[in-house]
Design a protein around this ligand. Structure first.
Ligand code: GLC
Length: 471
């Protein structure tokens, strides 16, 4: 991986940095995160909230630039919001959760943080990804600062343990994956992704990897054993059952059904007719493949979800061969998956009857808009990171050129609409912070791929030691 000097700082980037500075939220005179959007228009819903998932690209950028304080305060303050007692009231957030977002509220000159665990969110969706991202950010912070003692503080060790307990809890199902309700991640509305969506599974894998590196036994042996047991099972399950390429499609197409017992090949009883085999076989290049959107009982959701697939590459959840195949697919089907703005949140969109059933006829998720097949510029940093990880920097370059040409002129929209991502999203907010930080981060990753270290993991079998040993 070579440093690329062609990414010189330009006006678009300078504007991005100025806006990002403006989005920094201060709590008791200390920077604690970035607000969801930079322009302070009072008419925008929850514009003054700091979302945990939205902060991720900002956090990585600040770490790259050595501005550790913002990330440190963010981690400290969000940790204080984590419930540490068992809750018996169904309406109170569970022990271990990290909120989707928080807001700085001023009461008679006294500031406090107001957290939203989904109890205020539209449709009351639960942010399962927040606690997973929180561990991933903590891990990146320790890697950047080399200050393992920060994570060794008892409250941090407890915070990680509580998240792990929640993820590894005794439960009803018997899959190594994490069972979640719809809208539990970046797609924060109903979109037929309840069950075992790929985005949550890859973040779960990354969080387990990060926690394994940060937890220093002492009383938590059970959790560490739990993580060690789960990691290979989860990885193998995803690599085998979520993977779709022409070979696999051939097998699925000829699956026997209603198999009972240990020898069953079609373990999830997938009915081949539920898979759009004809479209898929002409869309998939012979050297391409990807991870399915969701796998469950008689369910194989064949939609391509970008965040899950790209994070799988970044964290080595996929094999090297699979990672290359995903990048081949993106390259071959560029018009569909990237179009005019990197990149589609998922492909294809749900249309007609499927749209009505899966989204609940949601007018904000019309086909090829918003979460239902819209293009989200924030995803550019995941694409660039995956491109660098697989040695395909040309893909990152191509993506940045597209974003560079439009984002600033279009006032940094949240998302774009249409099959090719040409139209600015109908309901998209402008000056969306993670659009800005995602673009800036993509540029930093192109300039110096070593920054990838903050967020990436090597193959599990050869890299399961604690960070204390690594640093
Ligand atoms: C939307 C997105 C969600 C994001 C939030 C704030 O609800 O679905 O992923 O965190 O906006 O930007």
């Amino acid at each position: 991986m070579e440093k690329d000097q062609s990414f010189i700082t330009d006006d678009v980037e300078k504007q991005g940095w100025t806006l990002l500075e403006k989005s920094i939220a201060y709590y008791q005179n200390r920077p604690v995160g970035t607000l969801a959007i930079c322009s302070k228009s009072p008419n925008v819903l929850n514009f003054d909230y700091c979302f945990v998932r939205d902060f991720v690209p900002s956090a990585l950028l600040f770490l790259i630039k050595g501005r550790y304080d913002i990330v440190r305060y963010f981690l400290e303050e969000t940790l204080k919001l984590q419930p540490t007692e068992k809750q018996f009231d169904a309406y109170t957030p569970s022990k271990g959760l990290i909120p989707a977002s928080f807001k700085i509220v001023s009461d008679n000159g006294e500031e406090h943080l107001e957290a939203d665990f989904g109890e205020q969110a539209i449709a009351r969706v639960t942010p399962v990804d927040s606690c997973l991202w929180w561990v991933i950010i903590l891990h990146a912070y320790v890697k950047a600062t080399k200050d393992i003692n920060f994570a060794l503080q008892p409250q941090f060790q407890q915070g990680i343990s509580l998240i792990m307990e929640l993820c590894l809890a005794t439960r009803f199902d018997m899959y190594p994956t994490l069972l979640v309700p719809d809208g539990a991640c970046m797609i924060y509305r109903r979109l037929g992704i309840y069950g075992y969506p790929i985005e949550i599974q890859t973040l779960f894998y990354a969080a387990l990897r990060a926690a394994r590196k940060l937890l220093i036994c002492a009383g938590d042996e059970e959790i560490v054993i739990g993580i060690d047991n789960r990691l290979p099972l989860l990885r193998n399950h995803i690599r085998e059952h979520y993977w779709i390429d022409i070979n696999r499609l051939n097998k699925i197409h000829r699956f026997k059904v209603e198999e009972y017992g240990e020898t069953a090949v079609n373990q999830f009883n997938i009915y081949a007719d539920s898979v759009p085999y004809s479209d898929l076989s002409s869309w998939l290049p012979f050297n391409g493949g990807y991870l399915a959107g969701n796998v469950g009982p008689s369910q194989l959701d064949t939609r391509f979800f970008s965040l899950g697939n790209l994070m799988a590459i970044i964290t080595s959840l996929t094999t090297e061969k699979q990672s290359q195949a995903i990048m081949n697919l993106i390259e071959e089907q560029w018009e569909d998956l990237v179009g005019q703005m990197p990149m589609k949140i998922c492909f294809p969109a749900l249309e007609k009857e499927e749209y009505r059933i899966f989204t609940g006829a949601d007018p904000k998720n019309l086909p090829w808009s918003n979460h239902n097949g819209g293009n989200w510029p924030v995803l550019i940093w995941f694409l660039t990171a995956a491109a660098q990880k697989t040695g395909r920097s040309d893909i990152g370059k191509r993506a940045i050129e597209l974003a560079q040409a439009r984002l600033s002129e279009d006032e940094w929209p949240e998302y774009y609409d249409g099959t090719r991502g040409i139209l600015i999203g109908k309901g998209a907010r402008r000056y969306q912070t993670w659009t800005i930080s995602g673009f800036l981060l993509a540029k930093e990753l192109m300039r110096n791929p070593e920054h990838l270290e903050l967020i990436s993991f090597g193959e599990y079998d050869s890299d399961n030691t604690s960070l204390v040993c690594d640093l």
